[in-house]
Design a protein around this ligand. Structure first.
Ligand SMILES: *[C@@H]1O[C@H](CO)[C@@H](O)[C@H](O)[C@H]1NC(C)=O
Ligand SMILES: *[C@@H]1O[C@H](CO)[C@@H](O)[C@H](O)[C@H]1NC(C)=O
Ligand SMILES: *[C@@H]1O[C@H](CO)[C@@H](O)[C@H](O)[C@H]1NC(C)=O
Ligand SMILES: *[C@@H]1O[C@H](CO)[C@@H](O)[C@H](O)[C@H]1NC(C)=O
Ligand SMILES: *[C@@H]1O[C@H](CO)[C@@H](O)[C@H](O)[C@H]1NC(C)=O
Ligand SMILES: *[C@@H]1O[C@H](CO)[C@@H](O)[C@H](O)[C@H]1NC(C)=O
Length: 598
C-alpha cells in the first residue's frame, strides 16, 4: 500500500517530522528496540535510495534484499528432554463402539472424496470451488489453494488415488506470478499454502513438496524485506516485482502477525535454515517484550502499529478473528521448539490473563443439561462485553494444549467449560450451528452459575437493541429472529471454518472424553446436512433460517481444516497423534521432531 509519503518528498518530510516528534515525546516510556525501529538517519538514507530506479524482480530466488538481515536469530535448543504427555492414553474400544466410530469415519471420508472431486473437476487450477454454480474463483495469487489444502487431508484419509492425482499437480503450480492486483494476505497464504505443503511433506516425505514449500517461502520472504523486518501483511507482490520497497504496516492485527510463527519455524527445522526462524522470531520477540506492558498484561489489543513501538496499540481485546492466531501459536511454538523459556512465559502470561480478563459466564435458559458454561468475551473500551465470535472457539483447544504442556489443570477445566459454552450456542440455533458473532446476557458473578431470569434477560434485550422500555421483548426476539438465550446476532453466518471442530478434537484427544465424539457427530450432522449442495458444500448465510440460504463458495479451509478435524475425531488415535504433531493455524500438521538437532 503506497502512501502519500512514499510519493511526495514534502509529505515524506512531514512524516519524518511527525515520527521525530513522536519519538522525542515517547523515548522515556518506550523501548524502541521492541520492533527494531531504525534511527532517523536510516530513514533519510532510505528515502535517498528510493529515488534511484528500482530493479525488477524476475527471479525470486536471487532477489536482492533492500534491508538484509545482518545476523540471524538462532533457533534455541530445547529446554526439556521430553515434552509432558499430551494425548490421553486411550483404552481399546469395544467392538460395537469401534463399529459406530468407523461408520462415522466412513461418512466423513465420502464427503472428503466428493468435495475433492468436485473441486478438481470444476475449479482446479483456481483457488476455490463455487459450490452452488459449479464454477471457480481466486482469492489470492491464483495458486490452487484448495488443491494444496487438500493434500494432507487426502493422505490421512487414505484416499491414495486422489492424493496421487493431487500431488502430481503441485510442481506445476506457478508461485512466481500472481493475478492478484490487491495485497496478498500473508497470514492466510502462510498458514494455508506454506502450512499445507509442509504438512503434506511431513506425512509423505515426498521431496517435491519440500522443494515447493521452500520455493513458496522464498517468494514470501520478500514481504519481510522492510525497514525493521516487520512483514507487510497485505503484501503487494506486483509492486515487489517492479522492484518497489515494501512498507511496514501501521495497522497490523496481532493474529495475522503472530500467527506466522508456526509454519516458518517448522520450515526452519526441516530445512535446517535458520533464516526462516529469524524472520518470525523478530516478530515474536517484539510481542514478548510488549506482552506484559499493556493495559491488560498478557493480552494485546487486536491491532498494533508495527512502524512504531507503541505499547497499547488500538482496537478491542479478544480471542476472536485476527487475534486468536497469536494466542493459539504460543503453546504450539513451545511444543515445536520442544520446550522454550520464552514461549513458556508467553503462554502462561497469555492464558492466565485470558482466564482472568476475557472469560465470562452466560445466563442460560432452563432445560440445558450442563450448567458449567463459560464463554470468551470482548474487552471494548475497558469493559468486558458478552460478545462472542465463532473463531474464538479455538481458544478452548489452545488452553487444553497449554494445560498439558505447562501442567495446569485450571487451563483444562476452563477449556472444558468454554467448549460447553460453544456447544450450547450451537444447539440453541435453528440449524444447530454456532453463529459467527452473537451476544448473550452475562451472569452477575462470573465465578458462580446463575439461574435464568426472564426479567433480567428482557432488560438486556431492550438495552442491546436500544428499545424504549415499553417495547414488548417478544417482538424483539421475533423481529431479530433470535435463538433462546441470545441477545443479538451481529453476524448470522457460518463460513465452514474449523474453529469449533479443532477445539472438540483437541479436547477429545487430551481428555479421552468420548461424549465429545457424540457432540462432534451431532455437529457433523448439522453442518453436513445444511451445507450440502449439488456440487459439494457451501457457506451458510443464516444459522437461524431453517431453509439454510447459502453463499456460492466452498472455502479451501473446508478441505484443509474442517473435514480433516471431523475425520480425525473418528479415526484411530495414532493418526495425527498429539504427542507427534501440532495442528498449525490452517489445520495442517507439523511434526514435533527436532531433526535440525540430530
Ligand atoms: C519460478 O522461479 C524459480 C527461480 O526463481 C524457478 O526455479 C522455477 O522453475 C519457477 N517456477 C515456474 C513454475 O516457473
Ligand atoms: C487463474 O489461472 C487459470 C489457469 O492458469 C486461468 O484460467 C484463470 O483465468 C486465472 N485467474 C485469474 C484471475 O487470473
Ligand atoms: C485498522 O484496521 C481496521 C480494520 O481494517 C480498522 O477498522 C481500524 O479503523 C484501523 N485503525 C486505524 C487506527 O487505522
Ligand atoms: C510477565 O510478568 C510476569 C511477572 O513478572 C512473569 O512471570 C512473566 O514471565 C512475564 N511474561 C513475559 C512474556 O515476559
Ligand atoms: C494455573 O492457572 C491459573 C489460572 O490462570 C493460575 O491462577 C495459576 O497460577 C496457574 N498455576 C500455575 C502453577 O502456574
Ligand atoms: C470509550 O470511553 C471514552 C471515555 O469513557 C469515551 O469518550 C469513548 O467514546 C468510548 N469509546 C467507545 C468506542 O465507546
Amino acid at each position: 500500500m503506497p502512501t502519500a509519503a512514499s510519493r511526495s518528498p514534502l509529505a515524506y518530510a512531514f512524516a519524518v517530522g511527525c515520527i521525530a516528534a513522536f519519538l522525542t515525546y515517547y523515548i522515556p516510556r518506550i523501548d524502541l528496540a521492541n520492533f527494531g525501529l531504525p534511527s532517523l538517519n536510516e530513514l533519510n538514507l532510505d528515502f535517498l535510495q528510493s529515488l534511484t530506479a528500482p530493479a525488477q524482480v524476475t527471479d525470486w530466488a536471487n532477489r536482492k534484499e533492500h534491508y538484509p538481515v545482518e545476523e540471524c536469530i538462532q533457533i534455541p535448543d530445547p529446554t526439556r528432554k521430553t515434552l509432558p504427555r499430551i494425548q490421553h492414553q486411550f483404552k481399546p474400544q469395544s467392538e460395537s463402539e469401534a463399529a459406530v466410530r468407523k461408520q462415522r469415519q466412513k461418512e466423513v471420508r465420502l464427503v472428503i472424496e466428493r468435495s475433492w472431486r468436485s473441486y478438481k473437476k470444476h475449479a482446479f487450477p483456481q483457488d476455490e470451488l463455487k459450490s452452488i454454480s459449479g464454477t471457480a474463483q481466486d482469492i489470492y495469487g491464483n495458486w490452487s489453494m484448495t488443491l494444496i489444502e487438500s493434500l494432507d487431508t487426502l493422505w490421512i484419509t487414505g484416499l491414495k488415488e486422489e492424493y496421487e492425482e493431487a500431488v502430481e499437480l503441485v510442481p506445476g503450480i506457478n508461485f512466481n506470478v500472481t493475478s492478484s492486483q490487491e495485497g496478498i494476505g500473508l497470514y492466510d497464504v502462510t498458514s494455508k499454502i506454506l502450512g499445507g505443503l509442509i504438512s503434506a511433506y511431513e506425512l509423505s516425505k515426498d521431496r517435491r513438496l519440500k522443494d515447493k514449500a521452500l520455493e513458496f517461502a522464498t517468494i514470501l520472504y520478500a514481504a519481510f524485506d522492510t525497514r525493521n523486518r516487520m512483514p507487510n501483511l497485505q503484501w503487494d507482490m506486483l509492486a515487489t516485482q517492479r522492484g518497489e520497497r515494501q512498507r511496514t504496516p501501521s495497522n497490523a492485527t496481532i493474529g495475522e502477525i503472530g500467527g506466522l510463527a508456526v509454519a516458518f519455524t517448522r520450515l526452519a527445522i526441516i530445512t535446517r535454515d535458520v533464516k526462516w526462524y529469524d524472520a518470525v522470531a523478530r516478530i515474536m520477540n517484539g510481542m514478548a517484550s510488549q506482552q506484559n506492558s499493556t493495559s491488560y498484561p498478557g493480552l494485546l489489543p487486536s491491532n498494533i502499529n508495527l512502524q512504531e513501538s507503541s505499547l497499547d496499540g488500538f482496537g478491542d481485546i479478544h480471542v476472536g478473528p485476527q487475534s486468536h492466531a497469536f494466542y493459539d501459536s504460543l503453546p504450539k511454538m513451545y511444543a515445536l521448539l520442544r520446550g522454550s523459556d520464552q514461549y513458556k512465559a508467553m503462554t502462561k502470561t497469555a492464558m492466565d490473563s485470558i482466564i482472568q480478563n476475557l472469560i465470562f459466564r452466560p445466563m442460560i435458559p432452563p432445560g440445558y443439561a450442563t450448567t458449567n458454561i463459560l464463554l470468551p468475551g470482548t474487552l471494548i473500551n475497558n469493559t468486558l462485553q458478552p460478545r462472542v465470535h465463532h473463531t474464538a472457539c479455538t481458544i478452548a483447544g489452545t488452553l487444553a494444549l497449554a494445560s498439558r504442556l505447562l501442567r495446569n489443570e485450571t487451563y483444562l477445566t476452563t477449556a472444558q467449560s468454554l467448549l460447553n459454552g460453544y456447544l450450547w450456542a450451537s444447539q440453541t440455533t435453528a440449524l444447530g450451528i454456532m453463529p459467527e458473532t452473537f451476544t448473550v446476557a452475562p451472569c452477575p458473578n462470573p465465578s458462580q452459575p446463575c439461574t435464568w431470569n426472564e426479567e433480567t434477560y428482557n432488560e438486556h434485550l431492550l438495552t442491546t437493541h436500544n428499545a424504549p422500555s415499553t417495547t414488548d421483548p417478544q417482538i424483539l426476539t421475533w423481529k431479530h429472529n433470535l435463538p433462546p438465550g441470545l441477545l443479538s446476532l451481529p453476524s448470522r453466518s457460518y463460513t465452514l471454518h474449523p474453529a469449533l471442530i479443532s477445539s472438540l478434537l483437541t479436547l477429545y484427544r487430551i481428555t479421552g472424553d468420548d461424549t465429545l465424539q457424540d457432540h462432534a457427530w451431532n455437529l457433523w450432522r448439522s453442518v453436513y446436512g445444511r451445507s450440502k449442495t449439488k456440487f459439494a458444500h457451501a457457506v451458510l448465510e443464516d444459522v437461524m433460517q431453517a431453509g439454510a440460504p447459502k453463499g456460492d463458495v466452498m472455502p479451501s479451509a473446508w478441505m484443509g481444516g474442517t473435514l480433516k478435524g471431523f475425520y480425525l475425531m473418528f479415526s484411530e488415535e495414532e493418526v495425527g497423534g498429539f504427542d507427534e504433531w501440532v495442528l498449525g493455524g490452517g489445520g495442517h500438521l507439523m511434526s514435533l521432531n527436532r531433526e535440525d538437532l540430530e
